[in-house]
Design a protein around this ligand. Structure first.
Ligand code: G1P
Length: 299
């Protein structure tokens, strides 16, 4: 039985330049989809998969994330004094107990592999999860929860993967499958952001990972080779482990929204609003109005 995963890394050091000017003074992970910041959705996924320790690899100007996962004394006292129980619960009931969140800074923008490497001493010698907050997933069960179950069976590394249109392979890490039963894919190769003509498949890495601590040895080497200049890809470090650590993909078949782009972010807001029962009718009516007001372009 593989060692259970209790720790997760959230790389949140990115500048979010695609959302300027908003991200000038606000972390991109705090952008809101309906009523929750993006980072909260990633945090929920981790919790659902049994994670108990949350490691944020942050950067400058990211203190709003720390405040978000802390007590908000004035707000809580005011809501208590006004007997606003429901609002109080919405603001506080998901906040993890003191001591379960650790923050460290990436210090240099050297890529995802480098961000994960920055958490090496906090992780130590145990398997862990990595969750990127850029993408949102809508499905019956959280993807990381399914991945944790398959990990309990297979061990090794387990990655969330999803099919994409071939012309989009250059936006993602792409895997080379050895076998594929529809849900679980044994991986024999992977490459970061290949041109469609060079991509080994159209199966992309979604940004959720369960990894063995041996990856830190590979990241150490990449950091040394990069001399603090080259970006360090997580995909390359996982690829370097494929011969020694069995690596499986778990195919996600729900809906996926790339909140790193403005139109993906807008789509996520609409899709998630439609999932809120008390918003659904209004949101649909609003969309019908927009469509009829812009009739000539909408078709
Ligand atoms: C990162 C990873 C890539 C993965 C993607 C998922 O890329 O490097 O392999 O497919 O996340 O969102 P990024 O989008 O940070 O450039």
């Amino acid at each position: 039985m593989p060692k259970p995963i209790k720790k997760a890394i959230f790389p949140v050091g990115g500048l979010g330049t695609r959302f300027l000017p908003a991200t000038k003074s606000m972390p991109k992970e705090m952008l809101t989809v309906v009523d929750k910041p993006l980072i909260h959705y990633a945090f929920d996924q981790a919790r659902a998969a049994g994670i108990e320790e949350f490691i944020f690899v942050t950067g400058r100007n990211k203190s709003a994330i720390e405040d978000y996962f802390d007590c908000a004394y004035e707000l809580e006292e005011t809501l208590k004094a006004r007997d606003k129980k429901e609002l109080l619960a919405r603001a506080t009931e998901w906040v993890p107990p003191a001591g379960s969140i650790v923050y460290t800074r990436q210090m240099e923008p050297l890529g995802l592999g480098h961000a994960v490497w920055c958490a090496r001493h906090i992780i130590g010698d145990e398997p862990f999860a990595v969750l990127l907050a850029d993408e949102l997933f809508l499905s019956e069960r959280p993807l990381l929860q399914e991945m944790a179950e398959i990990y309990a069976e297979k061990g090794g590394n387990v990655l969330g993967v999803a099919d994409v249109a071939r012309e989009h392979t250059s936006n993602y890490g792409i895997i080379d499958p050895e076998s594929d039963n529809g849900k679980i894919i044994k991986i024999k190769g992977m490459v970061e952001k290949p041109h469609p003509s060079k991509a080994p498949s159209n199966i992309s890495i979604t940004g959720q990972y369960i990894l063995q601590p041996e990856i830190f040895g590979h990241l150490d080497e990449a950091v040394k080779r990069g001399h603090g200049k080259a970006e360090i890809q997580l995909t390359n470090a996982i690829a370097a482990m494929l011969k020694t650590i069995p690596t499986h993909g778990v195919r996600f078949t729900g809906r996926r929204y790339d909140c790193g782009s403005r139109s993906g972010f807008l789509q996520a807001n609409i899709a998630f609003a439609l999932e809120v029962p008390e918003m659904r009718a209004d949101a649909l009516a609003m969309m019908r109005r927009f469509l009829s007001d812009n009739d000539d372009e909408a078709m």
